[in-house]
Design a protein around this ligand. Structure first.
Ligand SMILES: [Fe+2]
Ligand SMILES: [Fe+2]
Length: 257
């Protein structure tokens, strides 16, 4: 099973970068299954119904989310869609799918989205213990986990905890790609963070001047997305049979892209 997983598509510029690079990356890697982290894909963060439908038509199979899952008013509608995995470790009674089960020919792929707890705001359940519980009920040929978290230590620890029990543990959320793609001892594929898809020179997608001002003054401001400049497209390619993982990092204006 060949999987393409695209990191946090950040608002309008993220969709622009997706439009610009998705087809050529797809043509080069020929994935059979495509995951997009869509926690910031719509304006105002979160995922919208129109984007969900449009991206599915274009070949995306499953959306994962993160700490911005509930940012838009229409989240109950979006979380009811079958191919949206919201973080599974919100508490009992939360709307939405704890995981998505996808049939590909005679194979079953399960995608799980988990939220980290270190430097994150919501008082959620342990991703470690939640995953133990889910693994008792999940029946699948392949299991892919999106660990949406700030701390690389938490992500890497979870990956070792799940090593040999799932096919891949892939990080999202920081919007900064890491270079630690590896195969863990018991065969699980791992990357701490895919990175974001959107502007290259923003502060994780936000305006640079605003980001500097916030650090100088300490005064909080709602993030204003950067709306111009070169783009980046970050993804990871997984071959679950051959146990292969490859980062795809396109940054405009650099000689090796
Ligand atoms: Fe994000
Ligand atoms: Fe996030």
């Amino acid at each position: 099973m060949k999987v393409l997983f695209i990191g946090d598509v950040y608002m309008e510029q993220g969709r622009k970068a997706f439009d610009k690079y998705f087809d050529s990356v797809k043509a080069e890697y020929k994935p059979q299954f495509i995951i997009v982290n869509g926690e910031n894909i719509a304006d105002g963060n979160g995922l919208s119904e129109s984007i969900y439908k449009d991206y599915l038509k274009r070949g995306v199979n499953v959306f994962t989310l993160g700490n911005h899952t509930f940012s838009r008013k229409d989240y109950p509608t979006v979380l009811a869609f079958p191919y949206v995995a919201r973080p599974a470790n919100y508490g009992p009674g939360t709307v939405g799918n704890e995981y998505v089960t996808y049939k590909y020919n005679d194979k079953t792929i399960v995608v799980v989205n988990l939220l980290g707890r270190i430097f994150m705001r919501d008082p959620i359940e342990s991703p470690f213990l939640k995953m133990d519980a889910l693994l008792k009920e999940i029946k699948a040929d392949y299991i892919i986990v999106d660990i949406h978290a700030e701390a690389t230590s938490e992500k890497l620890t979870l990956a070792h905890y799940l090593d040999g029990r799932v096919d891949a543990v892939i990080g999202t959320h920081t919007h900064v790609p890491t270079a630690d793609d590896m195969i863990l001892p018991k065969g699980t594929l791992y990357l701490s963070d895919i990175g974001m898809t959107g502007v290259k020179y923003g502060i994780i997608g936000g305006e640079v001047d605003q980001g500097i001002r916030k650090f100088i003054t300490g005064v909080p401001e709602r993030v204003r997305p950067e709306i111009s400049g070169p783009l980046q497209f970050n993804a990871v390619f997984l071959d679950l049979e051959r146990r292969m993982i490859k980062r795809i990092n396109i940054r405009e204006g650099e000689s090796w892209t």
